[in-house]
Write a protein that binds this ligand. Structure first.
Ligand SMILES: NC(=O)c1ccc[n+]([C@@H]2O[C@H](COP(=O)([O-])OP(=O)(O)OC[C@H]3O[C@@H](n4cnc5c(N)ncnc54)[C@H](OP(=O)(O)O)[C@@H]3O)[C@@H](O)[C@H]2O)c1
Length: 261
């Protein structure tokens, strides 16, 4: 899709009440894309909606808990009623659950899967018939670098992010011939409320949510199947493919799992 063709397109962004979702809403609306903002906190969503509108964009906040399939159905219906179609979906809502493997419960994994996997899945399944009918669409899935190299203590989060990345990889190949382009974004550490209190080593310093939003915006104009950012995260991924033993060593050496003080 070329730049001028984006004006007036309709996007749904989940997890739009803060962090990467908020930054993406601002970035896409700058390009003339109408943005439907979904998350649970009404006030925060309204704040983002006002920000977009003040900057000259078009936005509608639609409070939604993505773990509820009914609420996701209502979200899609509301967007269709208002704007008639859905061109872009940014599957971004997520929660960070951290627990030692020997201490975690099945409930921890279920909770993480509910938002980080099923929350995305419900939305994708709901918009797919619309995109298939249109013969075009963009699905951008924000997973995590953790879905390229699982870090210690992140088992619940990593399990769900790997599941979503795997699903997106298959979807990407099946849907491309039908005009639906799927991109998976694998960010390293990002400076958002999700990990405010987590300290990280300087080698994996937190990048701004704007950087991730920029990458999302870029792939809408110029398709890429996957993006890993920042660059040093990409390097760790390739080293880990060559030698998982080396990957594990580097994680331990740099304390990439981070820590709380
Ligand atoms: N920060 C990082 O280091 C990092 C790194 C890699 C990937 N990511 C991924 O990036 C995505 C965005 O996270 P962020 O870093 O921008 O953190 P964030 O600012 O905490 O944003 C998370 C968003 O998800 C929403 N959310 C959580 N549970 C939800 C639910 N059940 N239903 C609907 N919305 C829900 C939150 O809104 P409400 O609370 O209002 O519902 C919020 O808008 C997540 O998928 C995260 O896993 C983050």
């Amino acid at each position: 899709m070329r730049k001028e063709k984006m004006d007036g397109k309709v996007a749904i962004i989940t997890g739009a009440s803060s962090g990467i979702g908020e930054a993406t809403a601002l970035k896409l609306s700058e390009k003339g894309i109408k943005v439907a903002l979904a998350a649970r906190r009404e006030q925060e969503l309204k704040r983002v909606e006002n920000k977009v509108v003040e900057a000259g964009g078009i936005a509608k906040s639609i409070p939604t808990d993505v773990t509820s399939r009914d609420q996701v159905k209502d979200l899609v219906s509301e967007v269709l009623n208002k704007w008639g179609t859905i061109d872009i979906v940014v599957v971004n809502a997520g929660a960070y659950l951290r627990a030692k493997v020997e201490e975690l419960s099945v409930k921890d994994i279920e909770q993480s899967m509910a938002v980080n996997f099923y929350g995305g899945l419900y939305l994708i399944l709901e918009v797919l018939p619309i995109m298939l009918k249109n013969g075009q669409g963009r699905i951008i899935v924000v997973t995590s670098f953790d879905a390229k190299k699982g870090l210690p203590l992140d088992a619940p989060y990593v399990a769900a992010k790997f599941a979503m990345s795997g699903f997106a990889e298959v979807m990407r190949q099946e849907l491309k011939p039908k005009g639906i382009l799927v991109t998976t974004i694998f960010p390293g550490r990002v400076d958002t409320p999700l990990i405010t209190d987590l300290k990280v080593p300087s080698i994996s310093a937190k990048i701004s949510p704007g950087k991730v939003a920029q990458a999302i915006c870029k792939v809408i104009y110029k398709y890429r199947p996957e993006i890993i950012l920042p660059k040093q995260a990409g390097l760790l991924y390739y080293l880990n493919v060559i030698s998982p033993r080396l990957g594990d060593y580097l994680v331990k050496l740099f304390r990439l799992e981070g820590w709380y003080e």
